[in-house]
Design a protein around this ligand. Structure first.
Ligand code: MEV
Length: 290
């Protein structure tokens, strides 16, 4: 069984599309894939993917990248899709790993998963595939790819599905429209996000969760000013902060999807209790240093 991780972006989503660095963490949950005997087919969560679908086109791209003839692959997914947790990248990396066999750290796996991702998301930065591939905590930029961030203390995150699924491509286009209308404000925010990503990396290395929490809140404000937040995301962030979170923000494309919260001294339980009482699907994940 070949595995790959889901992801959350800690800081820097969207800015990463414009060449700035971002920080992301692999989740304990992810996807796993297995090559089966039989003719070319892709099955995800027990449902056979139609051959005229976008997903099957992505599968063919992935096989082509690995210079392999498509075969039969079965995938299972341990998290919701379309909510900013990198499900498609986790599926792509797990399939590529299953196809290449033992050599699962090969750069070919990441290249194949990037081809798979481009079918769904147009021109993704590549952070989702890199995080599904690398796990742990990473710094990523389009120019330099991923490098591992060594955590100064164990890190746990609470994750809630705040809103309806949202399209990454649509939200990236939304930010592009904001940039056209308000180039000055866009640039100011971009630079502010770049600075806070660098500071957040120092906090991660030092295990300074109070500092990190403040930066997560600040990043949320900047993302909201690009119209990426929703009433559900704001409510979810406030509920987490009231329950003791050191910081909370949307993660991924926004416009719906997930919120992450950094637990404070009381741990993740009060946050999970508050979210559960408010009706959100939520879970806790340790960030494993892969
Ligand atoms: C999506 O998980 C992250 C975005 O920054 C898009 C991308 O990096 O391609 C919104």
């Amino acid at each position: 069984m070949a595995r790959a991780r889901g992801k959350v972006i800690l800081t820097g989503e969207h800015a990463v599309v414009y060449g700035l660095p971002a920080l992301a963490c692999g989740l304990e949950r992810g996807a796993s894939a297995q090559v089966k005997r039989g003719a070319s087919s892709l099955t995800i969560q027990g449902v056979r993917v139609a051959e005229d679908s976008e997903t099957f086109a992505a599968f063919l791209e992935l096989c082509d990248s690995l210079q392999l003839t498509p075969c039969s692959v079965e995938v299972s997914l341990e998290m919701p899709a379309g909510v900013g947790l990198g499900a498609s990248a986790a599926i792509g990396v797990s399939i590529a790993r299953a196809l290449v066999g033992a050599d699962e750290r090969s750069p070919r796996v990441l290249e194949a998963a990037e081809r798979w991702e481009r079918v769904f998301h147009g021109k993704p930065s590549g952070i989702d595939a890199a995080c599904a591939f690398a796990g742990g905590c990473i710094r990523f930029s389009k120019a330099t790819g991923w490098t591992r961030v060594r955590l100064g203390a164990p890190l746990q995150l609470a994750v809630a599905v705040a809103g309806p699924p949202s399209s990454t491509k649509a939200m990236v286009d939304e930010v592009g429209r904001f940039r056209e209308r308000n180039p000055g404000r866009f640039q100011e925010n971009l630079e502010a996000i770049g600075a806070l990503v660098n500071n957040a990396e120092r906090c991660l290395e030092a295990g300074d969760w109070r500092g990190l929490g403040t930066l997560l809140d600040y990043n949320q404000m900047l993302l909201a000013s690009w119209f990426l937040s929703t009433p559900e995301i704001e409510a979810c962030c406030h509920a987490a902060r009231r329950a003791g979170a050191l910081g909370a923000k949307l993660t991924g494309a926004g416009g719906g999807g997930c919120v992450i919260a950094l637990p404070g001294d009381q741990g993740a339980d009060p946050i999970i209790d508050a979210w559960t009482a408010a009706g959100y699907t939520c879970f806790v994940s340790d960030v494993l240093s892969d």
